[in-house]
Design a protein around this ligand. Structure first.
Ligand code: SF4
Length: 51
């Protein structure tokens, strides 16, 4: 993982108020999210904060 990826992960963590990304993710819905780690993802490449 390069420093840009680490920086991005850190930034996503800072922006997420919950321990789990899914709690604050706009894709936190069975039909919107394809990841098996939902709803307890700690890292996710598709994570997008709710507005
Ligand atoms: S896209 Fe990632 S963070 Fe969002 S709900 Fe799915 S697993 Fe969770």
């Amino acid at each position: 993982m390069g420093w840009k990826d680490r920086l991005r992960q850190w930034w996503l963590r800072v922006r997420c108020p919950s321990e789990f990304l899914c709690d604050n993710c706009r894709y936190d819905h069975p039909s919107a999210c394809k990841w098996p780690q939902r709803p307890n993802a700690i890292k996710c490449p598709d994570y997008r904060p709710k507005a």
